[in-house]
Design a protein. Sequence first.
Lengths: 376, 249
Amino acid sequence: MLHLTEEQIAVRDTFARFTDAEIIPAAEAIDEAHEYPKAMVKRLADLGFVGMRYPEEAGGSGVDLVTCCLALEEVARGSMSVAACVTMQALMGTKFLEMLGNDDIRERLFKPALALDKIGAICMTEPDAGSDLASISTRAVETDGGYILNGAKTWVTSAPVADFFTVFARAGDEDKLTIFLVEKDFGGLVIGRPIEKMGVWALPTSEVAFNDCFVPASHRLSAEIGDGEEHLRKLLSEIRIATAVLGVGIARAALDEAVRYAGERKQFGKPINRFQAVQMRLADMATDLEAARHISYHAAQLLDAGAPHRKEASMAKLFATEAAARVCDNAARIFASYGYAMEYPVQRFLRDVRFTLIGGGTSDILKLVIAKELSV
Amino acid sequence: MKIMVAVKRVIDYNVKIRVKNDETGVETANVKMSMNPFDEIAIEEGVRLAEAGTAEELVAVSMGGDGTQETIRTALAMGADRGIHVASDEALEPLAVAKLLKALADKESPDLIILGKQAIDDDSNQTGQMLAALLGWSQGTFASKLEFDGGHVSVTREIDGGLETLRLAMPAVITTDLRLNTPRYASLPNIMKAKKKTIDQMSPEDLGVDVTPRLTTLKVVEPAKREAGVMVETVEELLDKLKNEAKVI
Ligand SMILES: Cc1cc2nc3c(=O)[nH]c(=O)nc-3n(C[C@H](O)[C@H](O)[C@H](O)COP(=O)(O)OP(=O)(O)OC[C@H]3O[C@@H](n4cnc5c(N)ncnc54)[C@H](O)[C@@H]3O)c2cc1C
């Protein structure tokens, strides 16, 4: 198994304990509220979650991806909503501000965002551009002192509570993907109502429209017009590995619940874990989880080592999230009617795990990436 | 004021304890270990006193074999300034630990030593008391509140039937009870900072303490399994069982 350093163990332990004592008891209520769980995410930010991957000079702790994944796995086994909110803030919503923002942007928006005093969102997906980001049609036209942005985005996580938005739009003579920063008080920015979702209820996600929205030149994050795709590609592996680990976390929760329940529930005069069919199911779940964990952390290690990892990151996301979905499905079968009842957490796992199958690329898209890496 | 806090590495409170097959003790191989919960409270109290400016230095000390440093590192991540590790592979009994702590107190001259009231592994509840006796210092055990004035500390203790407040002259030994405070989680930046703090290492010999065990463990066994209960049909049957089987009435 993965060899962990003393700090990695310490970080995992901090978030494991926080998850057990603070998140798990609150998880159901957080989802029922259907609102961004600001207080809880703030507490994670105060423990250094959001700044984890940023260098110390930028106010972060500069830990490797493995360490980040250990923390993420723990939070995800407590609440996928909370884990997804904090992942969005830490790995995506703030990423390009730190990487490409000027001093004003870094001081005024990025730094407070590390403590969740500001919230960031990322706008890539459009109604007609999901997997196919090459179809993005939001456009930025150059004007005096900046750009005029027009277009519609959808599935923008944290949008209803966000203070700033990283936007992928076409710009320049060749209409290439370029990254812009829009602040919530910019004229022409319209936030739609949150989309009602099957799962991750506390992760508010909305449509966002730009109607002649003026973006000052200082807020073009791309140093070069058209460098958006390259930046996106660099970010994707990390997002895929992180999403894989969200799957590992929720699968762990589902397996733990199933093992416990199978020992308690009695039918035909004995606990159901005495039936071989139930044992087989639990064994399959545990094996899926173990394999998911290995493939995910292996990809994280490759990324940390600076080794090629594009294929492995895609494989990790593909395998770990599909395995997690199987584990949650199997847990629901072990719970049977109680897996269908809202008062037990298994139904939540079953609904929430499906988010990991979509964000960061669907399984089909990941297979295309893997095949391409095989030079098929 | 300088504070010394003693921390112990124990089997994590969430772990289901298993007795070794040969009945010599409990299984510790591949078992999750962490800081004794009462010691976390002791560290937290020290950190709060440092944050309030009441204490200038907070030293975390521990004794034991491999892994002890990890527990000291946790104390440093919570906010202790530096650590001392007395390395020993012996099973250290409370008296040996108290003697080692006395030797460290002689070296470090703290104004206050805070310990957990007991460790959750052996539940001895002796070390703090023995240490106070060896040092000839005042002691406030089972503290649920501390207040400082000049060279004194008022210790509120939870005792049968209510609260007792003692006013101790310092230097003093305090042992913590559950309600003294709620320990913080070590934050990521502080975990990284703890890496750079120093942990001095020494041996019992360096401190001139003989830690040879004085007690012999004869055997360690699982608690007896609880028998399943029985359902009685009538009050008469219940009374009959209480009278003739349990013989309690
Ligand atoms: C909860 C949630 C939060 C999200 N948050 C954000 C966010 O913050 N910002 C953001 O920009 N986006 C966000 N998204 C959007 C997400 O990235 C997209 O949903 C995802 O990229 C898939 O796009 P789509 O849903 O339009 O599916 P489509 O692209 O329409 O895919 C439909 C189906 O066709 C398949 N398919 C498509 N193309 C191919 C192909 N070439 N070969 C084989 N099969 C194919 C897919 O696998 C899928 O099965 C979020 C989504 C969810 C569910």
